[in-house]
Design a protein around this ligand. Sequence first.
Ligand code: ZN
Length: 160
Amino acid sequence: MNSELEELYQEVILDHSRRPRNFGTLADAAVRVHGDNPACGDEIDLAVKFGDDDSLQQIKFTGQGCAISQASASLMTMKLKGKSRAAAEEMLGAFRGLIAGGSDDGSPILGDLRLLGGVRKFPQRVKCAMLAWRALDAALRQNAGAAVVSTEDDGATPKP
Ligand code: ZN
């Protein structure tokens, strides 16, 4: 492992991958999204329950895969739980900007998620980091029911 890659596996990321937060199923979820990253073998199942005020009252995930994919999902759920839909969309945009963007360190609203910014140098790792967020994007668009997303496709495919 080279030193650049080692930098990716910082303590926070390893901690979240080993002890993911908000990990589990959500019996009364409004929307469930399965995300696949076949390039790395990562999988995420994201479940969201919206509150009466349309906030993300509950957000949980299960999954398996590399440290980056699971830590990104764990950090994402921590940041978004209880947040408004608008705040979630803002966070999604900020994270996309961080991962796809240039040299800046990302928006302050991202907090620890900025630790994942180093993946932008590794296109395969970008897919790992974005997997949970692609699932979130589908969950916010679809609002109810179930969907499947893949890092190899554009957009989400509603499940019949
Ligand atoms: Zn991965």
